[in-house]
Ligand binder design. Structure first.
Ligand code: KG4
Ligand code: ZN
Length: 352
């Protein structure tokens, strides 16, 4: 099966071609111009998707050395995300499926992040606990099998990536904040300023980062901080201290969830999974508790169409096409489909 995937939920326009579950091409354009405004401007994002969708899809198809008539099915994100951005990708995918007379699948962006570790050759073994950490979401999920999920906890306010972006804005270092804080923190001293570890020691698997963000704000006020052209040592120390707090909370809860669910594998996905301190700390903690860690390469951590095509492939293997009448769902949550083992291998996955 040759699947074309399309991702346009926020500010990345991405298209990918998979041969069954193997990525042949994955082309992503990040709309960096939003940094000028300190965050994603929804109307500009959807206009940019409109401009980019045709060339990006063409490039993904060319890079995969296939032609349009080789494509067996098309998968696109239906939500969650920005409504205008979602509409561009979903409408394009529906039109293409009609034009080529091939099946179409609307994909949940959260499920795509959750299953992104399967794009790598070393795949997670079921059951595992996954931490999805992006600009819009922070959630811990017990993954029993494909389609069978139990959400253990989510954020009660800001997502982890959102907290990175907001703290970067306070520090005047730019957008998106995650990669910038990650870089500056390497030159900072995390011990110089110790921020609270919100909800780390409570029994729940909920997260809350807005109090931490306020602590950073008070700290900056206390020192009468004014952003400068070049980041000072003070800024680097705040970056290191803030990042250490987020990383300790995320990894601490992930390990606790793994112990509670008695799994041997943990996975991390979403843009914040690109964070170098998180990766390093998780490796060390996982080793302590004998856990295997699955984190996809950076290209598959941030928004990308390969993860969307993968979910599309899995759904098609279980005869789960979407009708063309589906609409975008900007507030879609992760949905468990329950045990569908009786349907497993229901379809010949070599379609066309
Ligand atoms: O998954 P993603 O590309 O888009 C969403 O679905 O939100 O995640 C984007 C988020 C942004 O908040 C960005 O600041 C954060 O991921 N991010 C990082 C890093 N790279 C991206 N956060 C921390 N460290 C990074 N290296
Ligand atoms: Zn995402």
């Amino acid at each position: 099966m040759i699947i074309l995937g399309i991702e346009t939920s926020c500010d990345e326009t991405s298209a990918a071609v998979l041969h069954n579950d193997t990525v042949i091409s994955n082309v992503t354009v990040v709309q960096y111009f939003h940094s000028r405004y300190g965050g994603v401007v929804p109307e500009l994002a959807s206009r940019a998707h409109q401009r980019l969708i045709v060339p990006i899809v063409d490039e993904a198809i060319n890079k995969a050395s296939v032609s349009k008539k080789d494509i067996s099915a098309i998968a696109a994100v239906k939500g969650p995300g920005l409504i205008g951005s979602l509409v561009v990708g979903l409408s394009f995918a529906k039109a293409m499926s009609v034009g080529l007379s091939i099946p179409f699948v609307g994909v949940n962006h959260l499920e795509a992040h959750l299953l992104s570790p399967f794009l790598e050759s070393t795949k997670p073994e079921f059951p595992f606990v996954s931490l999805t950490v992006s600009g819009g979401h922070t959630q811990l999920v017990y993954v029993k099998n494909f389609f069978e999920y139990e959400v253990l906890g989510t954020t009660l306010d800001d997502a982890a990536g959102e907290a990175f972006d907001k703290v970067a804005k306070m520090l005047g270092i730019g957008y998106p904040g995650g990669p910038l804080i990650d870089k500056l923190a390497r030159e900072g001293n995390a011990e110089a300023v110790k921020f609270p570890r919100p909800w780390l020691n409570d029994d729940s698997f909920s997260f809350s980062f807005s109090g931490l963000k306020t602590s950073v704000l008070y700290y900056l006020k206390k020192y009468n901080f004014k952003p400068t052209e070049a980041p000072t040592q003070f800024v680097k120390d705040v970056c290191a201290g803030f990042q250490a707090s987020v990383v300790e909370v995320l990894v601490g809860k992930l390990i606790r969830a793994a112990k509670k669910k008695a799994v041997k594998t943990v996975a991390v996905a979403g843009g914040v999974a690109a964070n170098t301190a998180l990766r390093k700390y998780l490796e060390a903690e996982a080793q302590k508790y004998g856990l295997t860690v699955c984190i996809p390469r950076l290209e598959y951590c941030t928004d990308n169409a390969a993860m969307v095509a993968f979910v599309g492939y899995k759904y098609l293997c279980h005869k789960k096409e979407s009708p063309l009448t589906i609409a975008v769902e900007p507030n879609l949550q992760l949905v468990s489909q329950g045990d569908i083992s009786e349907q497993r291998n229901a379809r010949d996955c070599t379609l066309a």
